[in-house]
Ligand binder design. Structure first.
Ligand code: UD1
Ligand code: CA
Length: 449
């Protein structure tokens, strides 16, 4: 049976105090709604629908950027969770199989939990709701269980005193057959104290129609929803803790795991070593046995096997380091392929460039890639030797096994095997240093007297 996902994300999230729609706030450099989708990915869903409302245009743009197969539908007015689900009706027209409803602001539902819900559906329950034992049930909807079956869900505002004592709460995640779900939604009214169409009403309606409903439970930590910046920060901490644990599990050495920050898509190979205080932006792959030394910042880059990066290095998007390459302290690399075993060890900027294998780039080298309007490329051949403090004024090419003299400003191509020398000739004045110093000291004596 195929599965489908509906992610509810129309709410404003006013407690975020933000101009950005809530589900576009990021955890691990991915918008919150992507985390909800990620949880559902294990179900291998056939159709996926995101219900947007507040900031729908921005949400639509982000969806297109991150996941072009995601269908975004609009809930113009936020009339309640059942009304939100109803907006997905057309997008799921003719779909057969189960629909899972998730919240865009609830990033930690585990794939295993959704599998348990699928199993409960196969076991004959028409509607399966994910519940949890709440430490503080507060404003959550309460699950009323009788004889092992879920009878109804009571929203906090509608509870009697006896119902408020129930600690089994509604996470919001619901699963039902597609056709049955929309039939039940049709039966939901808004005659309640909020005047909202409650999705939770479908349980009572299903029961009235003679359909069995069931609750599956998970740990409360999975159901954490993000409503405030403080909760967003806590979610980031939880995400990071999980990623660190997963990295250690997969054979990555983290000397001080709690100081390393990963993105949702960071890939690190076995036996790589990540030293303290390393930050990964999105789009980084580190191959096996590489070492990322302390205080480095990497994003959108690829680091080859056994390469060494840092300490204090910055790899920006498009940095591609070959196997065994070395990038040392205070080096920045952007949009550049660095060949196998090349060394760029100190105080250097390499941008829009190709560096051949085994090349050695001296300290303080700069690829002058930007003329204020256009970006230009620099090519450095295999085994070339770039003298310290060379300014490579792009577009320019230094050939295979070529050299540049220290302090050169290289504006013309240097052929293979040639030496490029672009600096003024040195002049030496015998004895002048001592003479000058004596003169200066005499001047100082005069002033202090
Ligand atoms: C909902 C549940 C409650 C549950 C709680 C768990 C209902 C009626 N109540 O309550 O039982 O314990 O979640 O957190 O379902 N949304 C829309 N459109 C709307 C309304 C909401 O897209 O018109 C989205 C929100 O963006 C959010 C989710 O649905 O992602 C839940 O909405 P929210 O208003 O937070 O529901 P609660 O009142 O907290
Ligand atoms: Ca909520």
């Amino acid at each position: 049976m195929p599965s489908h996902l509906i992610v509810l994300a129309a709410g404003q999230g006013s407690r975020m105090m933000s101009d950005l729609p809530k589900v576009l706030h990021q955890v691990g450099h991915a918008p919150l709604f992507m985390h909800a989708l990620q949880a559902g990915a294990a179900l291998d869903p056939e159709r996926r629908v995101l219900v947007a409302g507040h900031g729908a245009d921005e949400v639509r743009a982000a969806a297109a950027e991150h996941d072009e197969d995601l269908v975004v539908v609009l809930q113009e007015e936020q009339l309640g969770t059942a009304h939100a689900v109803a907006q997905a009706r057309e997008a799921l027209q003719g779909a057969n199989g189960d629909v899972f409803i998730l919240y865009g602001d609830t990033p930690f539902i585990q794939p295993e939990t959704l599998s348990m819900m699928a199993a409960a559906r196969s076991g004959g329950a028409a509607v399966v709701v994910l519940g949890f034992e709440a430490a503080d049930p507060g404003r959550y909807g309460r699950l009323v269980i009788e004889g092992g079956d879920l009878m109804r869900i009571v929203e906090h505002k509608e509870t009697t005193e006896a119902e408020r004592a129930i600690t089994l709460c509604n996470s919001g995640v619901v699963c039902a057959d597609a056709e049955v779900l929309f039939d039940l939604i049709d039966g939901v009214g808004n005659d309640n104290s909020s005047g909202e169409y409650y999705l939770t009403d479908i349980v009572g309606i299903a029961r009235e129609r003679g359909l069995r409903c069931a609750a599956v439970t998970c740990d409360e930590s999975e159901t954490m929803g993000i409503n405030t910046r403080a909760e967003l920060a806590r979610a980031e901490a939880i995400f990071q803790a999980r990623r660190r644990a997963a990295m250690l599990e997969d054979g990555v050495t983290l000397t001080a795991p709690e100081t390393v920050f990963f993105a949702h898509d960071t890939h690190v190979g076995r036996d790589a070593v990540i030293e303290p205080h390393v930050v990964f932006g999105p789009g980084v792959t580190i191959e096996s046995g590489a070492t990322i030394r302390a205080f480095s910042h990497l994003e959108g880059c690829h680091v080859g096997a056994r390469a060494v990066v840092g300490p204090y290095a910055r790899l920006r998007p498009g940095a591609e380091l070959g196997n065994d390459a070395k990038v040392g302290n205070f080096v920045e690399i952007k949009s550049a392929e660095i060949g196998e075993g090349a060394k760029i060890n100190h105080l250097t900027y390499i941008g829009d460039a190709a560096v051949g294998e085994g090349a050695n780039i001296g300290a303080g080298t700069v690829t002058c890639n930007y003329d204020g309007v256009f970006k230009h490329r620099t090519e450095i051949g295999a085994r070339a030797f770039i003298g310290s403090s060379t300014m490579l004024v792009a577009p320019v090419r230094v050939g295979v096994e070529a050299m540049t003299a220290s302090g050169s400003v290289i504006t013309n191509d240097v052929p293979d095997g040639a030496l490029g020398l672009g600096r003024s000739r040195q002049v030496v004045k015998e004895g002048l240093a001592r003479k000058l110093m004596a003169k200066l000291k005499a001047a100082k004596m005069k002033r202090t007297n």
